[in-house]
Write a protein that binds this ligand. Structure first.
Ligand code: ATP
Ligand code: MG
Length: 139
């Protein structure tokens, strides 16, 4: 099924200069990028986006990190792209991520793990709408 998902190159990915390498992996996997924007999140943006994690012990740290520098927010489109993107990213903890995945290759820690990807069709729809209006997404 053709799906859309939200991808974020997190502040550590921007700081390390790997935006291009992350995007390149998506393109090589046949994924289409249908929206893309660089932006600086503020505290409210980060807290709202990660609201599902508000009770987790790392929530404050996560929001601090996500506002620590600009991010690149993208809408990806393709066949089963939600699972495909998560496969390309690898496990949340880079130490557990399979070799050759984005997190295994570029990330330093479970907190600073280079990329975000929506985990289900419902969360993808909510997360895409959080950042983009319909008019901002090319068809
Ligand atoms: P993401 O939602 O960013 O794609 P994920 O779905 O693999 O990652 P989640 O469980 O949704 O992982 O956690 C969201 C984010 O919170 C993680 O990507 C990571 O940045 C941070 N995080 C998760 N677990 C921890 C932890 N134990 N300590 C610190 N930060 C964490
Ligand atoms: Mg998640």
């Amino acid at each position: 099924m053709i799906q859309r998902t939200l991808s974020i190159v997190k502040p550590d990915g921007v700081r390390k200069g790997v935006i291009g390498q992350v995007v390149s992996r998506f393109e090589k996997a046949g994924i289409r990028i249908v929206a893309m924007q660089m932006r600086q999140l503020n505290r409210k943006d980060a807290e709202g986006f990660y609201a599902v994690h508000s009770e987790r012990p790392f929530f404050g740290e996560l929001c601090e990190f996500m506002t620590s520098g600009p991010v690149v927010v993208m809408v990806l489109e393709g066949e089963d792209v939600i699972a495909l993107n998560r496969e390309l990213m690898g496990a949340t903890d880079p130490k557990k991520a399979a070799p050759g995945t984005i997190r295994a290759d570029f990330a330093d820690s479970i907190g600073e793990n280079i990329a975000h990807g929506s985990d289900a069709p419902e969360t993808a729809a909510v997360e895409i709408a959080w950042f983009f209006r319909g008019l901002d997404i090319v068809s």
